[in-house]
Design a protein around this ligand. Structure first.
Ligand code: HEC
Length: 208
């Protein structure tokens, strides 16, 4: 009998605790199971817990701060990263602004000039990047005969017909945003590199 009563007591306590943990409202988020799944122990780049008391009840830290406190005390604002200065736009390391033209604004893009100065080193970079990103479809000489291109079909021959006269801005935009059956590469190749590829396509593949 005693055993059964103990089981009842434990079960009732368990159920009561269960209900109590559901009591989340206002500033009280309820009790969390395995709280470190929600509150990162590691520093977060921009968000962090600045309240030194938070998680004190489970804290095992030697500095006696709460377990969830994860601010970087050595930096201003206690963040690991700095927020960008208000009303500013981040440029790439070569000083380029973010590319904002939309996929359908190809005509506007065609007027863009290549901001990367042409020299042998840039051409060599462009060649390697072309092999890396374009050869599979367009082929080693850009003639539309790459191995993947054969499967996909309809790959442009960059040496043929009107393609030879494509303005550099047009080529840049097609790589960045894609066109027709060719997918966008903008998320994989940074702007400077795309412009280097454009130099290579114009100078070597299309030899103008
Ligand atoms: C997955 C295959 C694939 C890859 C990779 C690829 N292309 Fe293309 N590309 C195509 C296809 C297919 C077309 C024809 C698109 C159409 O007209 O539907 C095309 C068309 C083009 C055109 C002509 C655009 C126009 O105005 O008609 C240019 C220029 C071009 N690609 C350059 C590149 C360069 C440079 C790279 C490397 C950064 C590249 N492509 C990577 C498949 C690819």
């Amino acid at each position: 009998m005693k055993l059964i009563r103990s089981i009842y007591v434990i079960a009732t306590a368990g159920v009561a605790l269960g209900f109590a943990s559901c009591g989340a409202s206002g500033d009280h988020p309820g009790y969390e199971y395995a709280p470190q799944m929600y509150n990162s122990v590691a520093y977060e780049p921009l968000t962090q817990i600045v309240n030194e008391e938070e998680g004190k009840w489970v804290s095992t830290r030697e500095d006696e701060k709460g377990e969830f406190f994860n601010s970087n005390v050595n930096n201003p604002h206690r963040m690991n990263m700095r927020e960008p200065v208000a009303n500013t736009v981040p440029r790439t390391k070569d000083g380029l602004l973010p590319y904002r033209l939309k996929a359908f604004e190809l005509e506007k893009a065609a007027e863009l000039k290549n901001p990367i100065e042409l020299n042998d080193e840039v051409l060599e970079d462009g060649r390697l990047l072309f092999l890396q990103y374009c050869k599979a479809c367009h082929g080693i000489n850009g003639e539309g005969d790459g191995l993947a291109g054969e499967v996909i079909g309809g790959v442009a021959n960059l040496k043929g017909g009107a393609y030879v006269d494509l303005p550099e801005g047009h080529i840049f935009h097609v790589i960045m945003k894609g066109k027709g059956r060719m997918g966008a590469h903008g998320s994989q190749i940074p702007q400077e590199r795309i412009w280097k590829i454009v130099h290579y396509v114009k100078q070597e593949i299309q030899k103008q």
